[in-house]
Design a protein around this ligand. Structure first.
Ligand code: 13P
Ligand code: SF4
Length: 390
């Protein structure tokens, strides 16, 4: 097993271009207190016109989302980026792995910009290529690699998507994980899935949507020799779950669900599948950010909801639906700190630089990685229909 050190760097400091953790941005950022920031962003966007297309993930701040040409979950944004060949610049207000996916899916003449390179994702950082290659070697040694189909969540680096493409696997998002797993299990007679990097999305989908038992799942710990599993465990498992998680959704807890239900028997619990299995088991509804939005839009006036996903989105939903009671499923404030790195000063800086003819913070995946990652992403885009979770 190769030695892989994974100390999380303080966000926005340090330099490690091979990870999702981010680096400092070059150049002079406008002051956050500048009262002209909104006008400056508007003017820069107008000056760029059709040359720029701004994508905004649902977890972005309000100050940023107001400038997005489209908003969406990671699946919708990947599709939207691919459908805009006329835009010379794609400004991605989201995190690094999303900008990489946009670069992979867009044409060579299109340049993808991430306004702050420190907008990484701690979950994506939990699976590094060297670790995944070690795991594959162990699966080969256990005699099971031939029956394993790798499936990676969109929330992974481009080189992990490339690995999955090279090994005949597929990318999924939280809105199509079940469809992607159906596809994977249909690829081989005794197929097993290596699911990267979010153990919770993998477990929740396999057990709650597809009828697998918890005993069908094992967890591969990349920090332990052999993943901490015996060869027999690898042979017996149907789902080999990578030991990664989202630090934001991992905070929601079953006791808060119980507490809210005791206080308000009418409350409906709506959570993202990145939440832990015990939280998801207690929820009324589970789905991607796009599903969460549609559910609230369709909800009866007067209905009560507690939502387990990132706080920017929950606050926006509460503001947009004053006729419904919407609360956050945690006692504490819980933003995704890396999503929040994209703020108005960074957006203004990125847009004004483009107006001045300078492309800053370009996200560019190397051609070999891109070739294989595109195959895995395209398999996802070609999956039949969409899950009911969209
Ligand atoms: P979706 O956009 O697929 O709902 O994922 C949520 C998330 O954590 C994005 O980082
Ligand atoms: Fe990563 Fe979780 Fe933040 Fe999404 S919400 S970017 S999975 S840390």
């Amino acid at each position: 097993m190769s030695t892989v050190d994974l100390p999380l760097l303080p966000l926005g400091r340090g330099r490690d271009l091979d990870t999702e953790r981010g680096v400092e941005c070059p150049g002079d950022l406008p002051e956050a207190s500048d009262p002209a920031l909104v006008a400056r962003a508007r003017a820069a966007k107008e000056a760029l016109g059709e040359r720029v297309f701004v994508l905004g993930h649902h977890y972005q701040r309000d100050e940023v989302i107001q400038f997005a040409d489209v908003t969406g979950d990671s699946f919708k944004l990947a599709r939207d980026a691919a459908a805009r060949p006329e835009a010379e610049f794609i400004v991605f207000c989201g995190v690094h792995f999303m900008a990489e996916s946009a670069d992979i899916l867009t044409a060579d003449h299109q340049q993808v910009v991430l306004p702050d390179l420190a907008a990484g994702c701690s979950m994506a950082d939990m699976a590094r290529l060297a670790q995944v290659e070690d795991a594959w070697d162990a699966l080969t040694a256990a005699g099971v690699a031939d029956s394993v189909v790798p499936v990676t969540y969109m929330n992974s680096s481009a080189d992990i998507k490339g690995f999955v493409g090279r090994h005949d696997g597929v990318v999924c998002t939280s809105s199509n994980a079940e469809t992607a797993l159906d596809w994977a299990f249909a690829q081989k007679p005794d197929a097993k899935v290596l699911f990267l990097p979010d153990q919770h999305l993998g477990r929740n989908t396999a057990v709650l949507e597809m009828g697998f038992s918890l005993d069908d799942c094992v967890v591969w710990n990349p920090l332990l020799p052999g993943g901490g599993l015996t060869e027999q465990q690898l042979r017996d498992a149907r789902m080999i779950l990578w030991r990664g998680h989202c630090s934001v959704h991992g905070r929601f807890s079953a006791d808060v669900v119980d507490e809210l239900r005791a206080k308000d028997p009418d409350v409906q619990i709506l959570v993202h599948p990145e939440c832990t299995h015990d939280v998801v088991l207690r929820a009324d509804l589970i789905g991607s950010t796009e599903f969460i939005i549609k559910t609230i839009e369709a909800a009866e006036p007067g209905s009560h909801w507690a939502i387990g996903t990132e706080l920017n989105l929950v606050k926006r939903l509460a503001a947009a639906h004053p006729d419904k009671t919407i609360s956050f499923l945690d006692r504490n404030v819980c933003y995704c700190s890396t999503m929040n790195r994209i703020d108005l000063p960074h957006l203004v800086w990125a847009l004004e630089s483009l107006v001045a003819g300078q492309v800053v913070n370009r996200i560019e995946v190397d051609p070999e990685t891109e070739r294989w990652a595109r195959i895995a992403l395209q398999r996802m885009l070609d999956l039949p229909g969409k899950s009911h979770k969209d």
